[in-house]
Design a protein around this ligand. Sequence first.
Ligand code: ADP
Ligand code: MG
Length: 402
Amino acid sequence: MAERVLIVEDEPDLRYVLTRQLRGDGYELDTAVDGEDAIQKIQQNEYAVIITDMNMPRKDGLSVISAAREFLPEAEVIVLTGHGSLENALQAFKAGNIFEYLLKPLDDIGLLNTLVARAIERRNLKRHNRQLFEQLQQAYEELKQKSEMLVQNEKMSAIGTLAAGVAHELNNPLTAVVGFAQILQEKLKSKRPLNWSDEEYQRVLTAVENLVQGAHRSRDIVGSLLRYARVSRADVRSLVDIHQVLRDAFVFTEHMLLRHGIALQKQFAPDLPQVWANPSRLQHVFTNLLLNAQQATPSGGTVTVRTERSEEPKGVWVHIEDTGCGIPEEDLPHIFEPFFTRREDGTGLGLSIVRQIVEEHQGEIRVWSEVGKGTRFSIFLPATEVYQLTPPETPSIEAQSA
Ligand SMILES: Nc1ncnc2c1ncn2[C@@H]1O[C@H](COP(=O)(O)OP(=O)(O)O)[C@@H](O)[C@H]1O
Ligand SMILES: [Mg+2]
């Protein structure tokens, strides 16, 4: 594309001479008859070089130079003036990007061709520099982001390993605590020790009840920590009907929802493709999301589970939507982090496990939420491509009939 050059000169003869002089150099030439005209053109066109007179009717050369600096910061300006003085020159250089300051009349008009060519070179160099600088800055930003992410990942995995180790150690003694606490409770309930007063007996019963609950809760936390550590391992997969997985998840959760006065709506899409997945892990995903939905939704609310077929890319969407409290915007970036919780008795592990499992399945998880309205988690799982399937073991019909 030809570079554009603007010639600003109120004297028609000189305008003609300048234009004719540059005509053979392959530029796209434009002329302006005064400052006002020039400023309008500068605002609308991408000039590489502007050659301008200083004394002109309407706006003068200084205004043209300032406009060029404002609208075309990389353009070079060549001043051509009949009123050269040190003061005028200083003013011009202060106002903008002056490549050359020339006095009329020009002794050698051929000089103009060289000057314009050099001005364009300098302008392109500046442009190139700026692009390089922008690229550098972008690369730097990306690098910074990546390194922050790496540090974060490192921290998370260190915490995860530590937590899994602790959980593993706690698992056996906790099982004993849960078991013995239950035995203790049953024994006490069945018979009051003779030397205890009624009041004493009730107090101990309440204490033991708390003990049992605490023990159960500790075991749940340890269990979810262990699952968190475990889900990072690769596992066996099969062709899975998502609706079956959802029905399995409802076995545990539907009753819980109803008990809390929350309605469960199921909207299952017909002819959903199968996915290549680990059904028990997917069940874990849906159970977790349903549990979170229950915890966020007051009595009288609704939880809706909707499945949807996706063509591009091929797969399945599962939406789990509640009419609960919603998630504040500032929490949204953190809800998938391990140990992030807003619930008093939360572990903050649920969603981090959910995300881990979805990613393991090359899926995607999205969240929409509005405080006071509700929350929707949407999970995409890719449909199985034919090449992912192992060939069938059974002989073909042809072979059977032979
Ligand atoms: N359906 C939901 N509605 C509102 N808030 C939610 C919902 N699901 C998750 N959250 C928020 O995300 C946090 C993290 O959830 P999660 O990882 O399951 O841990 P936990 O349930 O132990 O707090 C919750 O404490 C809650 O603040
Ligand atoms: Mg949870």
